[in-house]
Design a protein around this ligand. Sequence first.
Ligand code: NAD
Length: 298
Amino acid sequence: MAAIGFIGLGNMGGPMALNLVKAGHDLTVFDLSKDPVAKLTQAGASAADKASDVVKGAEFVVTMLPAGAHVKSVYLGDDGLLAAAEKGTLFIDSSTIDVPSAREVIAAAEEAGMPMVDAPVSGGVGGAEAGTLTFMVGGAEAAFAKAKPVLEVMGKNIFHAGQAGNGQVAKVCNNMILGISMIGVCEAFSLGEKLGLDAQTLFDISSTASGQCWSMTSYCPVPGPVPAAPSNRNYQPGFSAGMMLKDLRLAQDAATGVKAATPLGAAAEQLYTLMEAAGADSLDFSGIIKLIQGNLTK
Ligand code: NAD
């Protein structure tokens, strides 16, 4: 069993850290908020007084923070993790952040003699709780191999995506597909309804035809065809429109940086920005069907 530091015990990090404790690892945790720390210490983890204290004696350190600025502030600088850690400590950042920040922090870690991978996840809070997350990992082969057994406690599918930052690249590309495909499904079901086609009939046909996709078969935006979909519970997430917007913005920033044309990704970002402007970003991302149908209410 390994000594593991864990920083960021929010909706995702909390249950991920809990699974590491349950697997018998020796966890030291930190979060700016006291409640999630208390939950973890009750389960058997130790609490650190500040972020950089979690590295003491740690073989691995996992971070699960909101955005690139948080990750940079926790890792870099005189009181950052890299200044406090011993050489050889393996860092795993599972936050979803911008590619340049991920590459900057990993380069700084390697320069300080510490291997590091970016390892963003897919699977949401349910996957974090069940330990079935998908990890998309960027970084050196040796660092990936060492991180894998720890990631396997929290996830089911662990992919090595290549060089540092490529985990983030895979994540933004995947979620750009997801955002675009959800809007496509919403448009098709709205058009079908206006033309007199029952949603269940369209689902039965399209889910076995070439229009089939995850947005339709797992998160169908109209209530009925997929009973577990958020559309059946007034679009309570699930995966919120705000989270989707964050990822679409990361995709657009990344696309601008390399001059990639992503016209549908840009359109998807704009549509989710309209949801945010309407105060509806806490709805599931499939709730964008309300915007498309012109009946979005907060
Ligand atoms: P969250 O806001 O619930 O949790 C973030 C935690 O980080 C909070 O507890 C906060 O107090 C803590 N934190 C922030 N700054 C800190 C600092 N300087 N030091 C210590 N702790 C600090 O967010 P979340 O939903 O757990 O998401 C975390 C990351 O995972 C994000 O990058 C998100 O995009 C990504 N993600 C989320 C989901 C999801 O469904 N929630 C799915 C996939 C990926």
